[in-house]
Design a protein around this ligand. Structure first.
Ligand SMILES: Cc1cc2nc3c(=O)[nH]c(=O)nc-3n(C[C@H](O)[C@H](O)[C@H](O)COP(=O)(O)O)c2cc1C
Length: 188
């Protein structure tokens, strides 16, 4: 079965990002695909140390568990990344994870190539579009395919659960998730 991995970039296990990610996964499952959510909550993700050992080892050698996500990604058809906005940009751990994943892909067999997915940004008030653009740099340099929706993949909310008040934001994410699933089906 086709599978989409979804990275949940918030440190809050039941926060807004986690709730949007759950909805995203539900829509993709409804389209007949498997989903796997990888939460960063409880994890401490190190930055790439430019050791380049991934070239020899085939995976990241830093011991914080990200190698496990990379193994799962190799088997997946899609990859969605959801991040809370912190000071107008993606949370640091999210970018640290993406930079390491991208480096391992480039240093090995380019396993990210042609995976379908894209970024989602969650914030109280501002910085969504810059955050989406920041994360898109990862998708586009790795030959990934990003479908659109009827707006950019952004949802408003501060306290956990507030995202459900942003009806247009949730609708945008649902359609994006559906388009990811439909595109994967078309490509196979
Ligand atoms: C360190 C920090 C920085 C933040 N910076 C922004 C920001 O620049 N713009 C914004 O609208 N919200 C900002 N927020 C609010 C969060 O993006 C918002 O509460 C979001 O819903 C958090 O997602 P979560 O519940 O998944 O953790 C910030 C929150 C924190 C903790």
């Amino acid at each position: 079965m086709k599978k989409v991995v979804i990275l949940c970039g918030s440190p809050r296990p039941k926060g807004n990002t986690a709730q949007v990610v759950e909805e995203c996964a539900r829509v993709i499952r409804d389209q007949g695909l498997e989903t796997e959510i990888y939460p960063l909550a409880g994890k401490k993700i190190e930055s790439c140390t430019a050791c380049y050992r991934c070239r020899e080892e085939g995976n990241c050698v830093l011991e914080d568990g990200l190698d496990d996500l990379i193994d799962r990604l190799r088997e997946a058809d899609g990859f969605i990344v959801a991040s809370p906005v912190y000071f107008g940009t993606a949370r640091g751990d999210v970018m640290a994870a993406l930079q390491r994943i991208g480096m391992v892909s480039m240093a090995t067999d380019g396993f990210l190539s042609w995976k379908v997915g894209g970024p989602i940004a969650i914030a109280r008030r501002g910085g969504h579009t810059a955050t989406i653009q920041e994360m898109l740099m990862f998708f586009f340099i790795n030959e990934m395919i990003v479908p659109g929706s009827t707006y950019w993949n952004m949802v408003f909310g501060r306290d956990p659960g507030e995202v459900w008040n942003d009806e247009e934001g949730i609708r945008t994410i649902r359609l994006f998730a559906e388009n990811v699933a439909r595109l994967i089906a078309r490509l196979s």
